[in-house]
Design a protein around this ligand. Structure first.
Ligand code: 5GP
Length: 205
């Protein structure tokens, strides 16, 4: 029996390893619909418009925001980011699972629109390890690292309302936990409200 799509929301402080985990999940489950966010930040080298983000001017972002086009939006490091609502609803209705990789403030807003989603928070094993990882990337200056660490502390204070916590110490273990969380969420009765009745009436295919 066809089911509705799962909303899987993944949040993590930068440096916690979210991108690697999400990439692995999408490799194993390529059927995932991915919500492409809009942003006012300029593209980084290698990023493509319409693939990584929809890159918008401030004016265009503001116009769409005022129209209620975004399921949630947030200002992160001075740039605006928003999740378009119409394509998301369309994918869910088609039974496509949709993955969101957004910041904590955005996730809190999204939960008001999509409360049945699975909200996953990925933690680093410790602040010391997070700092090491941020330095190891070699892409941020000292001020940026300090800002990301302060932001990580803020974000972790919000971790209490999430549905699942995954500590990314060992990558394989963290991935197994993310995968299990996703698979468990596909079994939720609210995605197939007529299933049991269908079984009882021999309409289960
Ligand atoms: P970046 O500019 O490095 O791609 O992303 C910066 C931050 O913005 C990350 O924490 C990312 O999760 C967050 N972000 C990306 N897209 C969205 C979105 O649509 N909404 C919100 N609230 N945050 C987003």
């Amino acid at each position: 029996m066809k089911r509705n799509g799962v909303v899987l929301v993944i949040c993590a402080p930068s440096g916690a390893g979210k991108t690697t985990l999400v990439k692995r999940l999408l490799q194993e489950f390529p059927h995932f619909g991915y919500s492409i966010s809009c942003t006012t930040r300029p593209p980084r080298p290698g990023e493509t418009d319409g693939v990584d983000y929809h890159f918008l001017s401030h004016e265009e972002f503001e116009r769409r925001r005022a129209q209620g086009y975004f399921a949630e939006w947030a200002e992160v490091y001075g740039n605006f980011y928003g999740t378009p609502l119409p394509p998301t609803l369309e994918m869910l209705e088609q039974g496509k699972d949709v993955l969101f990789e957004i910041d904590v403030q955005g996730a809190a807003q999204l939960r008001l629109t999509l409360p049945a989603g699975k909200y996953v928070f990925i933690l680093p094993p410790s602040m010391a390890v997070l700092e090491e990882r941020l330095r190891g990337r070699g892409s941020d200056d000292e001020a940026t690292i300090a800002r990301r660490l302060a932001n990580a502390t803020q974000e972790m204070r919000e971790a209490h309302w999430f549905d699942a916590w995954i500590v990314n110490d060992d990558l394989d273990t963290a991935y197994d936990e993310l995968r299990a969380t996703y698979l468990a969420s596909t079994l939720s009765p609210c995605l197939r409200p007529l299933l049991v009745r269908g079984v009882m009436e021999n309409r289960r295919r």
